[in-house]
Design a protein around this ligand. Structure first.
Ligand code: GTP
Ligand code: MG
Length: 197
């Protein structure tokens, strides 16, 4: 997709701050540090639109990016960062709950899991929630550049089994560093936001 415009509209923590619901939306979920913000930058060909960090817990708000004035990409706050306090964790839960349960224009949630490791319990919970809410299971195996090609299949199979992916569910190896998996991902996103360019 040709990106003519990409702008951060708002970093929200509650519903009254969300942008109006005139446009379709897809969201990226996943553990802290898994590469959500890097993926958004990679897809949009921007170095630093979504702020990234090697320190986990960088994105703590729901960041709404409006693309080509035609849809929203949403960077969700990461979970599973060991060093956060209990009150921070509760805050995360509240922010996510409110978003996931009320955002009527949300067309799909793409979940990132680190391709190097077996998904965590929280990853399994997140995936379960996505499926239960009626969204298709689409998993992005991130940081694929860190796994040698010969091991891709066994790592992907491990993720598929641990999350309990089935039938129509899709897993895509992705690397923001090598810019791999980008085309496949765009095809899926276009499908969700109804843009056939
Ligand atoms: P939070 O905002 O904390 O939830 O993290 P995030 O999921 O947005 O992760 P972010 O994009 O900030 O990336 C975390 C770290 O992983 C950074 O140091 C990135 O450079 C690195 N990283 C992201 N994507 C890739 C990738 O495809 N390959 C490699 N090797 N490193 C990556
Ligand atoms: Mg982030």
């Amino acid at each position: 997709m040709k990106i003519t415009k990409a702008e951060l509209v708002i970093s929200a923590v509650s519903r009254n701050q969300y942008p109006g619901e005139g446009l379709p939306e897809i969201a990226f979920a996943g553990r802290s540090n898994v590469g959500k913000s890097s993926l958004i930058n990679c897809l949009l060909n921007r170095k630093n639109l979504a702020r990234t960090s090697s320190q986990p817990g960088k994105t703590r708000t729901i960041n709404f990016y409006r693309i080509n004035d035609s849809f929203f990409m949403v960077d969700l706050p990461g979970y599973g960062f060991a060093k956060v306090s209990k009150s921070e964790r509760l805050k995360w839960g509240k922010i996510m709950d409110e978003y996931l349960n009320t955002r009527t224009t949300l067309e799909g949630i793409l979940q990132l899991v680190d391709m190097r490791h077996r998904p965590t319990e929280l990853d399994v919970m997140m995936y379960g929630w996505i499926k239960e809410a009626g969204f298709p299971g689409i998993v992005i195996a991130s940081k694929a550049d860190k796994v040698s090609r010969g091991k891709w299949n066994s790592h992907l199979r491990d993720i598929i089994n641990t999350l309990g992916m089935e039938g129509e569910d899709i897993i895509i190896p992705f690397s923001a560093v090598k810019r791999e998996g980008k085309e496949q991902l765009w095809d899926i996103i276009k499908h969700f936001v109804g843009n056939d360019e």
